[in-house]
Ligand binder design. Structure first.
Ligand code: LLP
Length: 430
C-alpha cells in the first residue's frame, strides 16, 4: 500500500497535488511519502514483534538525510556500507551504537572511523579484512563486536546483478570455511566475533531461498557454539522484494514466521537490514513530456528524465509503472509507447511498448516505486544536474535535496596548471 493515489483525476502524494510541486519546483524530481515510509516500517516492525529484533535500515536504498531521520525517529538503526553512509546516518540522528557497517571492501580509514566512533557492529567479509580490522582495533585499544558474513551458496532467484549468496558471488566467507574463520577470529586481538551475518540478494519474491540460507546459518551457529564460541547475535540482512508490477512478494508476517521457524530457538538478538521494502513504494520520479515523436512504427515519448536520474531499467531491465499525473479519462485509448530520456544512447529507454493514453508536450508522468535505488544511483551523465528530492507529509511538502545548479555541476573541475591564463600559475613540465 502507498500514498500516491488519484483524487478527482489528479495524482496526489498524500494530500499534495503532484502538479503543484512540479509547477513550483520544476521537473524532474523525486517525491517521497512520509506516511508510506512510516507505514512500511511499522508493518515490518510489528511482524517482528515478540522476537528480540532490531531493524537497521539499509541506507544504500535511499540515503537522503530526511529519509534516514524518518526511520531513526521510529527507532531504527542503520546499515551502512561506506564512510559517506556512516556520516549520513550519524548526521540524521542514528546513534553510533545503532549502526552496522557492511560491505566487501572497507578501507583502512573507514575501518578506523567505525572503530573510533564505537559503532554497534562491523560485518567482516574476508580473512584479510579480519586481520586489517584486528590491527586497527588493537592500535586503538578497542574491542570491536563483529559478525562474519557467510556465503551460504544459495541462489536467491533474483536478477543476476543483485544476487549475492551464491558461491561465485564476491560476498562473504564460504560457509564451509566459516568454522575455521571463527577459530582464527577468536584468537585475534581487538575483535569480538559475536554474530553471524548473511544476505543473499535483493528483490527476493520467494521465501525458500531465505529459508535455506537461514537454516544453514542456524546449523553453523550450533556448530560454533559446540566449539566454544559465544554467538549472541544474528544479522539476517535485507532482501525482501516489493511489487513493481505483478510480483507477489511474501508478506512481512510470512517472512517473520519463517524467521521464527529457522532461527527462533537460538536465543540470538536478530538484526534485519531492509532497504527496498521500506522505501521502494514510498517514492516516485516525476517527469515532464518534452516531445512526442511519431516514428514510422513507434510512438516515442521523450521525457525530461533520463537514465542518469533512474538507471534501474537500463541496468537491471527493471520495470517501473508509469502513472499519468492527470488521470486518463475512462474512454481514453491506451496505445503502446516507447518512453525514453534525452541521453544520447539507446540504453536510455525506460520502457518499450508501454500502454499509454494520448500524451502531449508538457504532460507529467510519474515512475512508480522509485523510492529505492533511484536517487542514490543517479549520476550527472551528459552533464545533467542531479534532480531534487521532495518529501511530503499530509498537506505539506518540503525540498529535502535541492536541484543541483549548473555552477555546482562545474565547480569541482579545474583547468590543468598549464592551461591557466595566468602565466604565474603555469608550472614547467620540462
Ligand atoms: N544488507 C546488505 C548487506 C545489502 O547488500 C543490501 C543490498 C541490503 C541489506 C538491502 O537490501 P534490500 O532490502 O534493499 O533488498 N541497486 C539494486 C539493489 C542492490 C542491493 C544491494 N544490497 C537495485 O536497484 O535493484
Amino acid at each position: 500500500m502507498n500514498h500516491f493515489q488519484y483524487r478527482n483525476g489528479a495524482l496526489h502524494a498524500e494530500d499534495v497535488l503532484i502538479t503543484q510541486i512540479a509547477e513550483a519546483e520544476g521537473t524532474p524530481f523525486y517525491c517521497y511519502s512520509t506516511a508510506t515510509l512510516t507505514r512500511h516500517y511499522q508493518v515490518f516492525a510489528e511482524a517482528l514483534s515478540g522476537l528480540d529484533a532490531k531493524i537497521f535500515y539499509a541506507v544504500k536504498a535511499n540515503s537522503n538525510l530526511a529519509v534516514i531521520k524518518t526511520f531513526a525517529d521510529l527507532g531504527a538503526g542503520a546499515d551502512v556500507v561506506s564512510e559517506g553512509e556512516l556520516r549520513r546516518a550519524l548526521a540524521a540522528g542514528v546513534p553510533a551504537d545503532g549502526i552496522i557497517f557492511s560491505g566487501v571492501g572497507k578501507s583502512q580509514e573507514e575501518l578506523a572511523g567505525a572503530v573510533e566512533r564505537g559503532i554497534h557492529q562491523i560485518n567482516v567479509e574476508s580473512q584479510p579484512e579480519l586481520d586489517a580490522l584486528s590491527g586497527v582495533a588493537k592500535a586503538r585499544n578497542a574491542e570491536m563486536d563483529i559478525a562474519i558474513r557467510v556465503n551460504p551458496d544459495v541462489d536467491a532467484k533474483t536478477h543476476d546483478k543483485i544476487s549475492t549468496g551464491r558461491q561465485e558471488d564476491k560476498f562473504g566467507i564460504d560457509i564451509a570455511d566459516a568454522v575455521e574463520t571463527y577459530r582464527r577470529a577468536a584468537d585475534l586481538p581487538g575483535i569480538n566475533p559475536v554474530s553471524v551475518a548473511v544476505h543473499i540478494g535483493s528483490q527476493l519474491t520467494d521465501l525458500d531461498p531465505f529459508r535455506m540460507a537461514f537454516t544453514r546459518v542456524a546449523e553453523l551457529v550450533r556448530t560454533l557454539r559446540d566449539q566454544g564460541h559465544t554467538i549472541t547475535r544474528l544479522d539476517l540482512g535485507g532482501g525482501l522484494g516489493i511489487p513493481y508490477r505483478d510480483e507477489e512478494p511474501p508478506l512481512p508476517e510470512e517472512y517473520a514466521a519463517m524467521v521464527r521457524e529457522t532461527v527462533g530457538d537460538l536465543g540470538c538478538q536478530l538484526a534485519f537490514e531492509p532497504g527496498r521494502m521500506l522505501v521502494g513504494n514510498a517514492g516516485v520520479l516525476v517527469s515532464r513530456v518534452l516531445f512526442v515523436k511519431l516514428g514510422n512504427s513507434r510512438r516515442f515519448v521523450v521525457l525530461d528524465a533520463a537514465m542518469n536520474d533512474l538507471i534501474r531499467q537500463t541496468l537491471y531491465d527493471a520495470h517501473h509503472d508509469l502513472l499519468p499525473v492527470a488521470q486518463a479519462p475512462s474512454n481514453a485509448a491506451f496505445e503502446p509507447a516507447d518512453v525514453v530520456g534525452p541521453v544520447c544512447e539507446t540504453g536510455d529507454t525506460f520502457v518499450r511498448g508501454y500502454p499509454l493514453p494520448p500524451v502531449i508536450t508538457g504532460d507529467l508522468l510519474a515512475f512508480a516505486s522509485a523510492g529505492a535505488y533511484g536517487a542514490v544511483m543517479a549520476s550527472t551523465y551528459n552533464s545533467r544536474p542531479l534532480v531534487p528530492e521532495i518529501m511530503v507529509s499530509g498537506s505539506d511538502y518540503s525540498v529535502i535535496r535541492a536541484r543541483q545548479t549548473y555552477e555546482e555541476l562545474l565547480a569541482l573541475d579545474s583547468f590543468a596548471d598549464w592551461q591557466q591564463d595566468d602565466p604565474l600559475r603555469r608550472r614547467s613540465i620540462g
